[in-house]
Design a protein around this ligand. Sequence first.
Ligand code: GDP
Ligand code: IMO
Ligand code: MG
Length: 416
Amino acid sequence: MNKIDIIVGIQWGDEGKGKIVDNLAQKYDMVCRAAGGHNAGHTIWVDGVRYALHLIPSGILNPKAINLIGNGVVLSPKAIIEEMEQFENLKGRLFISDKAHLNLSYHSLIDKAKEKLKGDKAIGTTGKGIGPCYADKISRIGCRVGELKEPEKLTEKIFEALKFHKGTFELLGIELPNKDDVLSELCEYKNKLEDFIADTTQMLWKAQDEGKKILIEGAQGTMLDIDHGTYPYVTSSNTVTAGSCVGLGLSPKSIGDTVGIVKAYCTRVGNGAFPSEDFGSDGDKMAEVGHEFGTTTGRKRRCGWFDAVSVKYASRLNGCDSFALMKLDVLDGFEKLKICVAYEFDGKKIDYVPQDLEQVKPVYEELDGWDKCEGVRRYEDLPQNAKAYIKRIEELTQTRVSLISTSPEREDTIRR
Ligand code: GDP
Ligand code: IMO
Ligand code: MG
């Protein structure tokens, strides 16, 4: 049985997963998404053209690869239909699990209204209905993509489920949708998506048995994992490797090479703990040079130094064989660089991630910067100090760096 490789986000998302999946996809027959929804925003640059993907796997730019959206994904039919419009000939190249949950407009209305009500305690969600949709799934009142085949029956089921939300809707000031509008929307979704709905687990197993090369594209990042991240400032899915097995119908024994995607510094969008955040000119410089604005919401990302403590934790949680170190070029021209090597917690120095990361202070080590590594494609050509920075990251995180990215372009990637 062929092992399945995986790309997983190591920090708070936006590490550059899209670029690496696209780069590697040239060697894979199948690329799969296993969790999250259109809260994800994966950017790919090929020959100066930018593609922003939210639900469609980043293997789509490889004409040979089949792309699967697994059962663990919460699928907004509206969002995927819009996203599909930028590509031609998707039939036979894109498949959506009949068990993926439907993320409908009212999920997003609940998401946004709850955030508003939370005021300064808001999570800073993407407002895409992710939490409310997963909540329906877990409460066993959710609807699945396969049910789009019978829109009348599905409409009745949705209105049954809405009864449970009546109180929430009233509290949040959301109006109940009109039944005829819902039915006509679902009929449109059925027409546009029917040909893409499949039993993706069976497809995966068949491909695996035939010895096809399969890659899983993680979404979000480990520190946003519902169990292992900075709860409650997290997303509503298991973003770690193990979550991908569940989200696709794979046994843990199927997982092969696991590559953690990690930025050479650190960013976070939305609220929650970020021990190594830099509020000064260094953080501003990272944001400006790294174009740190969200692919999905356009929000400015918070920036800070590489946090080796949380990265080491994430590497262990995911079983990373190696890392792809992204955006090294963004650190070009810094005279000094800092790495968070430990936390100060409760008067003590610790080297692990405690339950409440809000309470820790970063302990930094300083390294010398370098002039330029933008666009470098061979390890030998990297400045000495950049090599020393990479070596220190490997030591602190106990994980080998196998790929280094030096620009957004597909080919500006060093293999070691
Ligand atoms: P993802 O969600 O993990 O796929 O990452 P995003 O696409 O949300 O954010 C990563 C951003 O960094 C995108 O705009 C990429 O084009 C860009 N990017 C990726 N790798 C590099 C790199 O090595 N250098 C620079 N400067 N930009 C990069
Ligand atoms: P990719 O796949 C960065 C963050 C949101 C918010 C929290 C909860 O592009 O790396 P949600 O809408 O999921 O309920 O929001 O999670 N978040 C992301 N941050 N990259 C992402 O995806 C994210 N997906 C969700 O900003 O803090
Ligand atoms: Mg992103």
